[in-house]
Design a protein around this ligand. Structure first.
Ligand SMILES: Cc1cc2nc3c(=O)[nH]c(=O)nc-3n(C[C@H](O)[C@H](O)[C@H](O)COP(=O)(O)OP(=O)(O)OC[C@H]3O[C@@H](n4cnc5c(N)ncnc54)[C@H](O)[C@@H]3O)c2cc1C
Length: 425
């Protein structure tokens, strides 16, 4: 059976739901088709009864100003909780408090400021900080790039990072008390209120288009004919949809945009065994940074749940793409054991329940989030240019502001995309 619609949106993540709400509010007939059996995409909440709080296997923090997110939270009546607690690091071999996630080396900042031509962070460090005396600095910078941006340091743009690090945009933020799931449920209810149809378990296989219409075929055989479509899938998965005629230039542009990997886990223990770890008072621990495979560990401070979130990111996380859940669990125990200098088996006996998300292994994302490469050039603009004013590309990576890679970027891009479509009709 073929259904005819005004606008079809591929993907019910933050971008897809926001675009749909804005279009439907303006009177458009909108359908969202989503490959998964749930909305949210890279927002992946775990039911509260598992860990006792709104745990997140995908996005968790609200970063920076986040104007669109906070406006939506206000509409939804949700509460922002600023980050608090202490950041600790064992990167230099000794457990000590850190001021922030980003090292504050003066010479490094000066060299960043002086840079005129874009190079990768690895090349930048090699050029200016190759000496032995900079071993610690090189390691710190590389770990931030991998651990925070989930990026490959041989690819990520130094100029982009300069904007992030020198632009007074500190990396701290907060969380939504009720969790990101509540925000998306609000968006979903808004969509339904304005008449949007959301179809789950509908994976788009093919898009055939001419100058008049697009025909979208779902893996179950369903067909839609739409006047306009919005493609919100994550950058690496774009090539898994077969377009006729082929969208070769778009695929080429997408291949120039960096996309990092993250494996995230949450473990609940019998008790907070780490709070006197390594002879220090870690009762206010928020984040702990290390050189381990699971390089970042965090608590829900100021809440005192006996849980730790563990995070592996960047090229190291990519190496876990084929790992089974048991293998990931073992890797987590090894990292925790090395960080806290406690026998792995002692930690294992403390575990009550655990959940993991292997994002590079996820067929509908194939990674975690985007970053700008030193050779990205005009790839964003090329990808964002609609085809025949009919096929629009959207998602966190294509936000024109500075908050790409975040939920804010996805929501803001959803708004931008809806406005663009409304202008074109
Ligand atoms: C582990 C992790 C932690 C993160 N932490 C944070 C954080 O703390 N704060 C923050 O702001 N951001 C964070 N992010 C980033 C944030 O989650 C994303 O930027 C944002 O959610 C992206 O939304 P989106 O709508 O652009 O894409 P997505 O959420 O990926 O939505 C795209 C949708 O398209 C669907 N899809 C794919 N292929 C098809 C197909 N063929 N047919 C139909 N549907 C399809 C997918 O299933 C998905 O639902 C994190 C991401 C990850 C993975």
């Amino acid at each position: 059976m073929t259904q005819i619609v005004d606008i079809l949106i591929i993907g019910a993540g933050a971008t897809g739901l926001m675009t749909a709400r804005e279009l439907a509010k303006a009177g458009k007939k909108v359908i969202i088709v989503e490959a998964r059996d749930r909305i949210g995409g890279r927002i992946h909440p775990i039911p509260k009864d598992v860990f006792g709080y709104e745990a997140q296997l995908g996005a968790e923090f609200v970063h920076g100003e986040a104007k669109v997110t906070k406006a939506l939270m206000k509409e939804a009546g949700l509460t922002f909780i600023p980050e608090s607690g202490e950041i600790w690091t064992v990167r230099s071999g000794e457990l000590m408090k850190a001021q922030s996630f980003v090292p504050s080396n003066k010479l490094f900042r000066e060299r960043l400021q002086q840079l005129t031509e874009d190079i990768s962070v690895a090349a930048f460090l090699q050029k200016y900080f190759s000496g032995k005396e900079y071993d610690v600095l090189r390691n710190e910078i590389t770990k931030v790039v991998e651990g925070y941006d989930a990026a490959d340091s041989t690819l990520i743009s130094t100029l982009e990072l300069r904007n992030e690090w020198l632009g007074n945009n500190d990396l701290e933020g907060g969380v939504i008390k009720e969790g990101y799931g509540a925000l998306l449920n609000f968006l979903k209810s808004e969509c339904l209120k304005y008449g949007v149809e959301i179809h789950l378990n509908e994976k788009v296989e093919r898009v055939v288009y001419d100058t008049e219409n697009t025909k979208v075929t779902i893996s179950n055989g369903t067909e839609y004919v739409a006047r306009k479509i919005v493609v919100t899938v994550a950058i690496p998965t774009l090539s898994s949809i077969q377009f006729t005629p082929p969208i070769t230039q778009k695929i080429q542009a997408a291949s120039k945009i960096g996309f990092g990997s993250v494996v995230k886990g949450i473990l609940q223990f019998k008790e907070r065994w780490w709070i006197n770890g390594l002879g220090k008072d870690l009762s206010k621990l928020s984040f702990l940074l290390s050189n381990e495979k699971f390089c970042t560990v965090w608590t829900q401070y100021p809440e005192t749940y006996p849980t730790l979130t563990v995070w592996s990111a960047g090229p190291i996380a990519q190496t876990l793409a084929k790992a089974s859940e048991t293998e990931i669990f073992e890797e987590v125990l090894i990292s925790l054991s090395n960080i806290f200098k406690i026998d792995k088996e002692t930690i294992r006996q403390q575990v009550v329940v655990s959940r993991f998300a292997n994002w590079p292994a996820d067929p509908f994302t194939q990674g975690a989030y985007s970053y700008t490469r030193f050779d990205t050039g005009t790839a964003y603009e090329k990808l964002a240019e609609p085809i025949n004013d009919m096929i629009f590309f959207a998602g966190e990576a294509l936000y024109t502001g500075k908050d790409t890679a975040t939920v804010e970027g996805a929501l803001a891009n959803g708004k931008e995309t809806a406005e663009r479509i409304l202008r074109s009709t």
